[in-house]
Design a protein around this ligand. Structure first.
Ligand SMILES: Nc1ncnc2c1ncn2[C@@H]1O[C@H](COP(=O)(O)OP(=O)(O)OP(=O)(O)O)[C@@H](O)[C@H]1O
Length: 557
């Protein structure tokens, strides 16, 4: 096996063993054994049918009618049994695949959401493109294709063993020819075409994902694009992405269809004449019955097909190898502990208060120092207002409080994140019902519809539930609500969740002054300790502490 193959196999096993040696191994392996048994039975039927085929030809050439019809009846029995076996193992194969996929998807999702890997991936990491495609598509093809390959390999082994005996019994030359044929086929396909095709498939997967992601972004930002009248810009960009898909695909089919098939088909079709060439002489001198050539051709073809499975399914295999590669790199990335920033790292100390001491904050890659030596402490129930020019680092300070950014020095004292509710600058509307929106980020909260209705009334969204048909109706809320309504809805989460601490990043910026002041009055009533970022002077009266961050003191570039 060359190095290319070894890497693929090693990478494959690193992921596959998680399931097959993991906590579900008993059930999974039992199904696999059952699959093996069905395959074995299927091979036996195949061998049997092949022998009967030779027998029918021999009976015809001997003009023996009784022998012929007896053969037909037996063959029909075998054909019916093969139908049952094939459908049984096909069903079982797909069942194993989908169970494995469910398990592996779950595993990837757990890691994707743990330690906020998804945030790091979408903000700081450029190596792992399109994680969504890796979880949705690559996991699927990994599981389903591997089962398919497993079936093919096991079936091949059975076929090779069973039919080799038959070939051996007819002529040893057949077995030798088969051996040489197989070695040649294997080394040419893997050695010559393997690496190139895998690389092309890898590129194709990436480019297809980029193209799709481009289209999803347009859907998500449809209104802004329409307002800007940016359609021609967007169309050009998407067309460029598709062009990449097109160009790579052209290279791919050049290799997979033209160059590979020029070798694959003639080489495959050789099996049609080779047995006749090898046995021809013996038939001509009357040492063998004609039916033996038919039998040998069937057996030779089956073994050659099985041994050269990799050649016949080479395209699928290289595509599969590309999926393994993408999944393995993703798996390795998720597995490692989330990177700690090298030397200058802000300390977070869990405490029953919110305070920062000598905090110097930098952008994640240390390009810019946002502010230096900031110290401030909040007493329970107090509010802190952070003001300052755009780009001065107000949101970044909140990112540091949440632990999303940690480049810099100093200490942050804060409670567990579960006790803090963050309302980001862009109100985030999850997919789901109105109730889901209100109780977010909790999945379940013990509040009645009546209480929710009252809360909506207090944030000045009185008829929202009625407008959309109740609390259980699913909508794309970011489309059907105005920005100000979304901000009020997000604010209502504070009244539902009643967190000890709330962090508001310009959470009322889209509201008129009356609505904004109403929300802050409600916030004061709850006794929550809070930090707000805002620009309007009218906010000052709701906060005991006010700090102003100024534009970056230095650039580290
Ligand atoms: N992921 C990032 N990597 C590097 N720099 C970033 C990143 N995100 C933001 N910045 C930079 O950090 C600086 C501070 O950004 P921040 O969002 O904290 O500003 P802000 O004061 O909240 O601004 P605004 O009032 O406009 O919302 C900006 O110069 C911004 O360009």
């Amino acid at each position: 096996m060359n190095r290319f193959n070894l890497t693929v196999v090693k990478r494959f096993w690193a992921i596959a063993k998680l399931y097959w040696l993991g906590n579900e191994k008993k059930g999974a392996n039992a199904l696999l054994v059952l699959l093996g048994v069905l395959l074995l039975a299927n091979t036996q039927v195949k061998v049997f049918l092949n022998t009967i085929q030779g027998e029918l030809i021999s009976a015809l050439s001997a003009r023996d009618s009784a022998r012929f019809w007896q053969g037909v009846v037996i063959a029909l029995g075998g054909i019916i049994i093969s139908g049952f076996l094939n459908s049984g193992y096909g069903y079982l194969r797909e069942t194993i695949g989908i169970y494995w996929r469910r398990w592996l998807t779950d595993r990837f999702l757990n890691q994707y959401f743990s330690d906020r890997a998804f945030y790091e991936l979408s903000n700081f990491n450029q190596e792992i493109d399109n994680p969504d495609q890796r979880i949705a598509e690559n996991v699927a093809s990994f599981c389903q294709q591997s089962i398919q390959f497993f079936v093919n390999i096991i079936e091949s082994i059975f076929v090779v063993i069973a039919f080799s005996f038959i070939l051996w019994s007819i002529s040893i030359n057949l077995v030798l020819a088969l051996l040489i044929y197989s070695i040649l086929a294997y080394s040419i396909t893997i050695g010559f075409y393997g690496r190139k095709l895998t690389q092309l498939h890898l590129n194709q997967l990436r480019k297809e994902a980029d193209f799709r992601f481009g289209l999803v972004r347009i859907r998500e930002n449809a209104e802004s694009i329409a307002f800007y009248n940016g359609t021609s810009q967007e169309a050009n960009k998407i067309k460029l992405l598709f062009n990449e898909v097109f160009n790579n695909f052209k290279r791919l089919i050049l290799w997979s269809e033209l160059y590979l098939n020029i070798f694959k088909y003639p080489f495959g079709n050789l099996t049609l004449i080779l047995p006749a060439v090898i046995l021809g002489n013996q038939i001509l001198i009357g040492k063998l019955e004609v039916g033996k050539v038919t039998e040998a051709m069937g057996a030779f073809g089956s073994v050659a097909f099985s041994v050269n499975l990799i050649m016949y399914q080479f395209e699928i295999f290289t595509k599969f190898a590309a999926s393994i590669d993408r999944l393995y790199i993703f798996y390795e990335y998720l597995k490692q502990p989330r990177k700690e920033t090298a030397n200058k790292k802000i300390d977070i100390v869990k405490d029953n208060r919110l305070a920062v001491e000598n905090l110097t904050l930098e952008t994640p890659n240390y390009q810019k120092t946002l502010f230096k030596n900031l110290s401030v402490e909040l007493q329970p129930g107090q509010g802190l207002l952070i003001m300052g020019e755009s780009g001065s680092g107000k949101t970044s300070l909140l990112r540091a409080l949440a632990g999303l950014w940690n480049s810099g020095t100093g200490v942050i004292f804060r409670p567990e994140l579960e006790e803090m509710l963050f309302l980001p600058q862009r109100p985030y509307m999850i997919l789901g019902t109105l109730r889901d929106q209100l109780i977010y980020p909790n999945a379940k909260v013990d509040v009645s519809d009546e209480e929710l209705r009252q809360i909506l009334h207090r944030v000045n969204l009185s008829n929202l539930a009625e407008r959309f048909g109740g609390f259980d109706v699913e909508k794309d809320w970011s489309y059907v609500l105005s920005l100000g309504e979304q901000q009020r809805l997000a604010f209502a989460r504070i009244l539902v969740t009643k967190p000890k601490y709330a962090i508001l990043d310009e959470a009322t910026s889209a509201l008129d002054v009356n609505n904004e002041e109403n929300l802050y009055r409600l916030l004061l009533e709850t006794g929550t300790t809070f930090v707000s970022v805002g620009h309007r002077p009218n906010l000052k009266k709701f906060h005991q502490l006010i700090i102003s961050v100024s534009l970056p003191v230095s650039s580290n570039l």
